[in-house]
Design a protein around this ligand. Structure first.
Ligand code: SAM
Length: 293
């Protein structure tokens, strides 16, 4: 539910009894795409704001937290990520972070709604600055189907940068999707799923992701929390599942010596995010195996 009153954009979380507001200067864009209602605002203090079906997707000011955490922990855990696929992620920011890794030879962005990418090119050009990289490939269509059809054993990392698990994105949080992703991944492959708020969703969405990833055959599963001021509760997470690749260890030296600039991610942040908060350990204790810490 959203409201726009006297220069404020407000997303109301009725079931939580909370709301999040940003003061806006003006609405820059509004359209009903074949998939969702897309709005862009210029805010007073958070840069530009993208909203899909009334839900805040990103602001120029804080989206680096999300894009960096969706990308670098997985890419510095994989031994040599050569082919990486982003499902969703139409704003192109995750793709940009993926392409910072010199090992990556080929990256794909599979976004169902081309209009999201076209609006990002116009209103968030900084997120799209790697779109012309010769390693970048774009397909506009359903990620569930795309992963089902891809050649087995052909991908090193799959990053599911999707909207909430409703509508078109529902199938990206399903057991069948993880089974297809498992087949698509090469040995040592990693899948990353945006996994909503630790405070709100540990007992529901996050638990289900752990259960389903394990049922699909991903032997290690780990949820990494990180701050995200504009999402419900201001606290978000990504969940990594791997095919026989220990998630508690990463290429720390490579992360320390990375030849590109980050604003949030570094090896200390990575180590800190691996230490799951106690209430999550307790809630997921049947899922988190002792050898995984
Ligand atoms: N950071 C955001 C968040 O966590 O709310 C996600 C941003 S990104 C814009 C999410 C994208 O996922 C949207 O552009 C949406 O169109 C896309 N998407 C949803 N379902 C999809 C599907 N089945 N296949 C491909 N893309 C999908």
């Amino acid at each position: 539910m959203t409201a726009l009153n006297e220069g404020w954009f407000t997303e109301v979380f009725q079931d939580q009894g909370t709301a999040f507001s940003l003061q806006v200067k003006r609405k820059l864009h509004e359209e009903q795409t074949p998939f969702q209602k897309l709005e862009i605002y210029e805010t007073e203090t958070f840069g530009n704001l993208m909203v899909l079906d009334g839900c805040v997707m990103l602001t120029s000011r804080d989206i680096f937290l999300y894009h960096e955490m969706m990308t670098h922990p997985a890419l510095f855990t994989h031994r040599q990520p050569r082919k990486v696929v982003v499902i969703g992620g139409g704003d192109c920011g995750t793709l940009r972070e993926v392409l910072r890794h010199p090992d990556v030879e080929e990256a794909w962005q599979i976004e169902i709604d081309e209009r999201v990418t076209r609006a990002s090119e116009k209103y968030f050009p900084e997120l799209c600055e790697a779109n012309d990289d010769p390693r970048a490939n774009f397909f506009f269509g359903d990620g569930v189907q795309w992963i089902r059809d891809i050649e087995p054993d052909s991908v090193d990392v799959i990053i599911v940068d999707s909207t909430d698990p409703v509508g078109a994105a529902e199938g990206l949080f399903a057991l069948d999707f993880y089974r297809d992703a498992m087949l698509a991944l090469r040995e040592g492959g990693i899948i990353v799923q945006q996994s909503e708020s630790p405070l709100l969703h540990t007992d529901t969405i996050i638990r289900d992701i752990h259960t389903d990833m394990r049922k699909a055959g991903l032997t290690q599963v780990r949820t990494l929390p990180f701050p995200q001021p504009v999402y419900p509760t201001g606290w978000w997470s990504c969940t990594l599942g791997s095919k026989e690749n220990p998630l508690m260890y990463f290429r720390e030296e490579d992360a320390d010596n990375r030849a590109f600039v980050t604003r949030y991610y570094n090896s200390g942040v990575h180590n800190g995010a691996l230490a799951m908060p106690q209430f999550m350990v307790d809630a997921l204790e049947d899922e988190v195996r002792p050898e995984e810490g």
